[in-house]
Design a protein around this ligand. Structure first.
Ligand code: NAD
Ligand code: MG
Length: 391
């Protein structure tokens, strides 16, 4: 039987890489539904190529534009509109697996819908787990879903851990998340005030969406990944460490009680963790080049400089604070990154805005999707009014 897939965020960096892997295995995978925010023409091309039953766009206007083109091209795809339709395609009874590749908290509701419907959930959308935390993991357990990490670090940890999760707590000492250090790893921190969005988006090894590119430059991406790891693998915050590894060959590691370390290696290509998640526990061709060890230069490691990357430690602080604090941090950071991309705040003000929002918003233990979304909205409003004050 072919696996029927819904791909949320199919026009993005992870979405297009997923379709690249899927296209290599027409005997294994079939696309049931695709979703995107605004990219009508790319969505049309994806519909023509993969013939999904449904395509979901984020606004009525984009849905109307796509529908017109779908009909003009004689395609049978039905066009629907987010946000309701995202939950429909994520939990549809004919869907086996859902790739969650929307960016930001906007992906939380469809992730929860897929989890509750017991789907195989391939999670790239780390913000959904950072916001959802306990509620998200409970939905996975209650729904009997299979949660497979796509973030390369978490895929690496998942591949390095023993297969039986019941043994993790007694065997694992800690996990080591590797970080590239981003484009400003060696830059004088005093000069970071003036960097532009394009400089911050110029990641050394990957071409990614704008949001995660800025998060890599501030290392807020790693902060979100620390929180993501806490929930995915049920670790204490103290069991999660970060080490900078600029070559991005080791994608993360697990250290066991006996001091033995197991790591996962490969070329830095997101098609590897995507193929791993799609086929798990089988292995299929991903399209990525294999490592050539004879050509590898040195693998180096260094500590993250807290002066250059002050945001990294907010992850441990937020995990130690009241439940819901990680949702506030995520909302603040989404608003801050957007404001920086629009040149309304400076690069170094991203961290200042995150700190100020954490101080301004006190969460009250959100334990439902509605409560999480309300907290997210409250934190965004607080962050937006701070943006006004910052400039
Ligand atoms: P991207 O910006 O390239 O793509 C985002 C996708 O989501 C697009 O298809 C866009 O149309 C859709 N989208 C955006 N906002 C939406 C909204 N409000 N409603 C519905 N759809 C919306 O981002 P990306 O780099 O592909 O990242 C996607 C997710 O995967 C992020 O959470 C990111 O942190 C994570 N991730 C990405 C990479 C990477 O290499 N790109 C690696 C690890 C994890
Ligand atoms: Mg990552």
């Amino acid at each position: 039987m072919k696996q029927r897939l819904t791909i949320l965020g199919s026009t993005g960096s992870i979405g297009t890489s997923t379709l690249d892997v899927v296209a290599r295995h027409p005997d294994r995978y079939e696309v049931f539904a695709l979703s995107a925010a605004t990219q009508v023409d790319l969505m049309l091309a994806q519909c023509a190529r993969f013939r999904p039953r449904y395509a979901v766009m984020a606004s009525a206007e984009h849905a109307r534009q796509l529908d017109e083109k779908i009909k003009a091209n004689g395609l049978a795809t039905q066009v629907l509109q987010a946000p309701e339709a995202l939950e429909t395609i994520a939990s549809h009874e004919q869907v086996d697996a859902v790739m969650a590749a929307i960016v930001g908290a906007a992906g939380l509701a469809p992730c929860l819908a897929a989890a509750r419907a017991g789907k195989r959930l391939l999670l790239a959308n780390k913000e959904a787990l950072v916001v959802g935390g306990e509620v998200f993991m409970k939905a996975v357990r209650d729904g009997g879903a299979t949660l497979l990490p796509i973030d390369s670090e978490h895929s690496a940890i998942f591949q390095s851990l023993p297969e039986d999760p019941a043994t993790w707590a007694r065997r694992v000492q800690h996990v080591l998340l590797t970080a590239s250090g981003g484009p400003f790893r060696t830059r004088d921190p005093a000069t970071l005030r003036g960097v532009t969005p394009d400089e911050a988006c110029a990641h050394p090894n990957f071409s990614m969406g704008r949001k995660i590119s800025i998060d890599s430059a501030t290392m807020m991406n790693k902060a979100l990944e620390v929180i993501e790891a806490r929930w995915l693998f049920d670790l204490t915050p103290e069991q999660i460490r970060v080490v900078i590894h600029p070559q991005q060959i080791i994608h993360s590691m697990v250290q066991f009680r006996d001091a033995s370390v197991i790591a996962q290696l490969g070329t830095p290509d997101m098609r590897v963790p995507i193929a791993c998640g799609l086929a798990w526990p089988e292995r299929v061709e991903s399209g990525a080049a294999a490592l050539d060890f004879t050509q590898l230069a040195a693998l180096t490691f260094e500590e993250a400089d807290a002066r250059r990357f002050p945001g990294l430690h907010l992850s441990w602080q937020a995990l130690a604070a009241a439940p819901g604090t990680t949702a506030v941090l995520n909302a603040a950071n989404e608003v801050a990154v957007e404001a920086f991309l629009q040149r309304r705040i400076r690069f170094d003000q991203i961290h200042a805005l995150n700190l100020a929002t954490l101080e301004a918003v006190q969460p009250s233990n959100p334990d439902t999707l509605q409560a999480l979304l309300a907290l997210d909205a409250q934190a965004r409003a607080a962050a937006r009014s701070l943006v006004q004050r910052f400039n």
